[in-house]
Structure formats: structure tokens, C-alpha cells
Design a protein around this ligand. Structure first.
Ligand SMILES: [Zn+2]
Length: 312
């Protein structure tokens, strides 16, 4: 989800929920694909990290009825991937990007209580008509991935209150790595008619929803085990893992940028307002679902590759 500023945020409360990045389904699928590809050693280490998270019982295991430790560990890892979106609506946390932000009380086990809403995306500018672009300042998805990946496997004894605490950072790594495999988390399109950019498609109306939301939901909206099993079987069969072990966040985002141009902004230079929403070309949603299936599989493989390398 991207924050659109107060005005747009209050509109979105009136008319629709704001876009949430890959929705929970997308993040859960990516985490499941990754978890099932971890080496026994990396799996043991992520399990140990997740168990120390302050929200382990309260949130990660909230919907888990099984008492089998293996089932619980996998479920907690998968649930942790959604946590950075959940805290956007959690009153324990505050939105540090608001001009009137005041920090909420620091709770045990957390380095800070900020929602870090800007960590979810990196706005590579797309400027098809030569409009001037704004460059996003860090912290953003790229700066945070490049900060987190080198320290996720540290064996040093780091206090929970440190911003470099791997237990705190693991759900973030799972989540942001997933987000940047959604092409609209890698770009913002600037047009002369939209000089502030479209906020990753959040401002492009395509009927009752926006372009960002269409892509967030392109892997479906179903968190059942049965749906995940079928989706993962299909996605991994259609996109075999062999070629997908790129570990550089810059490359992940560059791919997202290219896909945004080839598969997302295929409707010309319309901005898509509420009164005049963009009419998408026929077959658009079917293609989005296909692209999403590929990105979900690749994101899962790459998350596993990073964790296997860093948590040896
Ligand atoms: Zn996100």
C-alpha cells in the first residue's frame, strides 16, 4: 500500500480501501514457495529468528490450530511476510511520514514503532512524454533491501532494540522482497498532465478501483491452504526455478520497471480519473494474472536463494 497523503487517504476511506501491495495472498504465496526451498540449516535459523519476534504468538500464530512444531514454524514464517502491511492499521504503531506524527510507546522487542510505509516501494521514474520526474529519497525499498540483506544472517548478539536486529528485519525482508516483484512497486509514471507522478498506479483509475490495486490482487484473493497449494503447483510448473537465482535488489527492481513498461502501462498516456477511468485493452487482466504468477514464483525462489546464502 502506498500513502497518498491525507486528502487522498480520507477519500479512500470514503470510497474504497487503499491498495495494499501484493495483497496478503500474494505475500503468503511467495513466503510459502521460499520456505519450502530453504536448506535445513537456513530453515532452522529462520524458525529461531521468527520465534523471538514480539508478535510471534499474538499475530503470526493467531490462526494456527496445529500443535505440530513443523507446521507452526512454516505458518509463522508465512504469516510474518504480511506483518509489514498489518502494522499500517495497528494502533501500537505510528505513521512517521505524517508531518504531525507523534511516536507511539516503544514496546519490548521492537527497535521502533514506526510503520515505515516508504520501505514498500522504489519509484523508478517512467517519463514517456518527457515530464520532469521526482526522485524518491531513502529510506525506500531499494535502500532497505540493501541494508537488510547483508545483516540478516549476522550471528553477533544484537539486542532486540537495535535497528539491525535480524528478528525484527526478517518479516521486512520477506515482505519488501515480495513487494518489488510487483511491477507497480518499482515505478511511478510522470506525465505532463500528472507532474507529481501516479504513485505506482494508485492514482490511475480503471473503473471502481485503481491500477495498483488490480496488480496487487493479480495473484488472487484467497488465503486457504487449498488455493495456495494449487497456485504454487501451477506457478512453479509454469516457471521452473533453474534460471531464477538473481540476488541483487537493483536487478529485481530493474525487471519490475521493464515489466511496468511492457505489461502494465499498455493503455497509452491516459491518466485515468474518477470521471474518466482508463478503459483497459481486452485481455489485460488475464495477462496481469499470468505476469503475477511468474513474479510470485520468481520472488519465492529468490527469497529462498538469499536466505540460503545468508543463513548458512
Ligand atoms: Zn508492502
Amino acid at each position: 500500500m502506498r500513502y497518498l497523503g491525507l486528502l487522498a487517504a480520507s477519500f479512500s476511506l470514503l470510497f474504497s480501501l487503499p491498495a495494499m501491495a501484493w495483497n496478503a495472498t500474494g505475500h503468503r504465496l511467495i513466503a510459502a514457495i521460499a520456505y519450502d526451498r530453504l536448506t535445513p540449516k537456513a530453515r532452522a535459523r529462520v524458525d529461531a529468528l521468527i520465534r523471538q519476534h514480539p508478535d510471534y504468538e499474538k499475530i503470526f500464530l493467531r490462526d494456527v490450530s496445529s500443535t505440530d512444531p513443523t507446521v507452526r514454524a512454516r505458518a509463522a514464517f508465512i504469516a510474518a511476510a504480511v506483518w509489514p502491511d498489518q502494522i499500517k492499521g495497528d494502533p501500537r504503531f505510528y505513521d512517521e511520514t505524517r508531518s504531525n506524527a507523534s511516536p507511539t510507546q516503544l514496546l519490548p522487542g521492537f527497535p521502533d514503532m514506526a510503520r515505515h510505509t516508504t520501505w514498500h516501494y522504489y519509484d523508478t521514474p517512467i517519463t514517456p512524454d518527457g515530464a520532469e520526474a521526482e526522485i524518491q529519497k531513502p529510506p525506500h525499498a531499494l535502500s532497505e533491501l540493501n541494508r537488510i540483506i547483508p545483516i540478516i544472517g549476522t550471528k553477533a548478539d544484537i539486542p532486540p532494540t537495535s535497528a539491525s536486529n535480524p528478528t525484527y528485519l526478517l518479516p521486512w525482508l520477506e515482505h519488501i522482497e515480495g513487494d518489488v516483484h510487483q511491477p507497480l512497486h518499482c515505478v511511478s509514471r510522470f506525465l505532463k498532465s500528472m507532474p507529481k507522478g501516479d504513485q505506482g498506479g494508485n492514482l490511475v483509475y480503471i473503473g471502481t478501483r485503481n491500477l495498483h490495486s488490480l496488480w496487487d490482487g493479480a495473484a488472487g484473493r484467497d488465503d486457504s491452504e487449498a488455493y495456495a497449494a494449487k497456485y504454487i503447483a501451477d506457478a512453479t510448473a509454469a516457471n521452473p526455478p533453474t534460471r531464477h537465482n538473481e540476488k541483487k535488489p537493483e536487478k529485481w527492481i530493474e525487471e519490475g520497471y521493464k515489466i511496468a513498461i511492457s505489461d502494465v502501462y499498455t493503455f497509452g498516456l491516459e491518466t485515468g480519473t474518477r470521471d474518466h477511468p482508463v478503459a483497459l485493452p481486452s485481455g489485460y487482466e488475464a495477462n496481469a494474472a499470468k505476469v503475477a504468477q511468474q513474479r510470485i514464483a520468481i520472488a519465492g525462489y529468490r527469497l529462498a536463494a538469499v536466505l540460503n546464502e545468508k543463513l548458512k
